[in-house]
Ligand binder design. Structure first.
Ligand code: ATP
Length: 318
């Protein structure tokens, strides 16, 4: 439903270059990548806030490349929410509809309905500064969704919310997407957030799409070494180190390393206690291998330890 073809955008020292990217209907998509990789630039190009040097963007088969923001059937929520401070919550949400010269009765009906969905129907008379951060975010979401756009763009929507609330808002965003059936494109550099919320992850690296896939696929069997390293803790060693043939490198996750038994013997270099589990770093043949162990696993730095690696979980990289 969203198709990007041959898209190019250059700044002085950076080029975004997307050969082809297809985003299906009714999907929660997360654009994930390190700081400066081009996520926000891609979002701004989709929104029409930035003009591409080349390429096209289609929404539902319609070429929107040269359309202004307000004609693209897109809702946007910026990181800072960008609410109008001198307008009430009602008027903030109503703004996109008033711009369309919609009759007032219809505006009212739609604003109230959207405010109810977002749980802010009792806040409509207030001004933005009278709201909490989470409430302001809901107003920004309501304003973006009131026109019932085909695509909702969210730029780091959870970054201004404290860690404890974040989990709740994450679930809320996902439920909202399911309920409205909108395609959401959510930008973040947080891999845990991306995996938790995304149906589909688009990993961006240095201005290019590195890999696209559902979280479980990209976590367990990515094609890209960059993606393997970016999504969670990882071990990457020469295949020979594990006695496997070939010149390639292999990757495996700490949870696929079993401590206590096995053909390899190493020395514990470091133990990190993380509450729910321990991460144990074992030095083996000059490499440091991370293993995940139960929190009460009895092990100390300097100790010699046997270990094994689940070979069926190993991913090969050229
Ligand atoms: N208007 C601009 N003029 C010049 N350079 C720009 C402009 N906008 C972005 N850039 C550069 O493009 C690169 C990508 O920036 P972008 O904001 O898209 O990255 P990002 O992946 O969203 O990063 P972050 O996670 O830090 O927000 C950066 O090197 C940035 O400095």
């Amino acid at each position: 439903m969203l198709l990007i073809k041959g898209l190019r955008k250059s700044f002085k020292t950076f080029t975004l270059s997307i050969d082809e990217l297809t985003i299906p209907d009714n999907t929660y998509v997360v654009l994930l990548g390190p700081s400066g990789s081009g996520k926000t630039t891609l979002l701004r190009l989709i929104a029409g806030l930035e003009k591409p040097d080349a390429g096209s963007i289609y929404i539902d088969g319609r070429d929107v490349t040269r359309l202004p923001v307000w004609k693209r059937d897109i809702g946007i929520v910026f990181q800072n929410y960008a609410l109008y401070p001198h307008l009430t919550v009602f008027d903030n949400i109503a703004m996109p509809l008033k711009n369309k010269k919609m009759p007032m009765a219809e505006v009212k009906r739609r604003v109230v309905k959207m405010a109810e969905i977002l749980g802010i129907a009792d806040q409509l008379e207030k001004y933005p500064h009278q709201l909490s951060g989470g409430q302001q975010q809901r107003v920004a979401l309501a304003r973006a969704l009131v026109k019932e756009p085909k695509v909702l763009l969210l730029d780091e929507p959870l970054s201004n919310i404290d860690a404890r609330l974040r989990l709740e808002v994450r679930g809320f965003l996902k439920d909202l997407q399911r309920r409205l059936g909108t395609t959401v494109i959510h930008v973040t550099h947080d891999q845990e957030e991306a995996m938790a919320i995304g149906d589909l992850l688009v990993v961006i690296n240095n201005g290019r799409v590195e890999e696209v896939g559902p979280p479980s696929q990209l976590y367990t069997s990515p094609r890209s070494l960059f993606v393997f390293n970016f999504l969670g803790l990882s071990n990457v060693v020469p295949a020979k180190l594990l006695g496997l043939g070939g010149e390639e490198r292999v990757g495996f996750r700490p949870e696929d390393v079993a401590l206590g038994n096995g053909p390899y013997v190493g020395r514990v270099a470091r133990v990190e206690y993380l509450g729910a589990y321990k991460i144990v770093e074992v030095e083996y043949e000059g490499q440091f291998i991370k293993a995940r162990a139960p929190p009460d696993f009895n092990i100390a730095e300097g100790q010699v330890v046997r270990f094994d690696v689940k070979k069926d979980k190993v991913v090969k990289f050229a």
